[in-house]
Design a protein around this ligand. Structure first.
Ligand code: ZN
Length: 137
């Protein structure tokens, strides 16, 4: 009676081993991919809801583009580059959520400088290269 169950369990084990093998050295998924997939999902839902051209067509293409992009990223072997993309994305995300600070790039060395928001025009000294620049915070 257990024969088919065993067969299935062995089959599932084999498939998951195969998948592991396939994913070896590949990037897999991350926060950025989750966001890409979510955007793709929303776009595909909207393309079904919106019934006028060309909005639904654009959303349809966007949803496919997003899905292919996410698949491409997760199967990519260039893990360093994908990791950097995700890091940049998380950084931008953190900046957007931060309501108490503003972020500037040093004009000389590109070092990111964080200053408190709402202090008017302030002179900022770069912590790395000591360059001074004035920004509105
Ligand atoms: Zn600097």
């Amino acid at each position: 009676m257990n024969g088919s169950g065993d067969w299935f369990r062995r089959f599932a084990a084999k498939m998951s081993a195969r998948l592991r093998n396939f994913m070896m050295g590949r990037y897999g998924t991350d926060r950025l991919n989750m966001v890409i997939l979510s955007v793709g999902l929303v776009a595909s839902l909207l393309s079904v809801i919106l019934r006028f051209e060309p909005a639904n067509l654009i959303l349809f293409l966007l949803s496919y583009g997003m899905m292919f992009w996410a698949i491409f990223r997760s199967l990519s072997r260039n893990t360093y580059k994908r990791y950097q993309e995700n890091r940049k994305f998380l950084q931008l995300w953190g900046r957007m959520k931060d309501r108490e600070h503003r972020y500037f790039d040093c004009p000389k060395c590109r070092q990111m400088v964080r200053v408190p928001r709402g202090k008017g025009k302030i002179s900022i000294t770069c912590p790395r290269c000591r360059e001074k620049f004035v920004k509105k915070s």
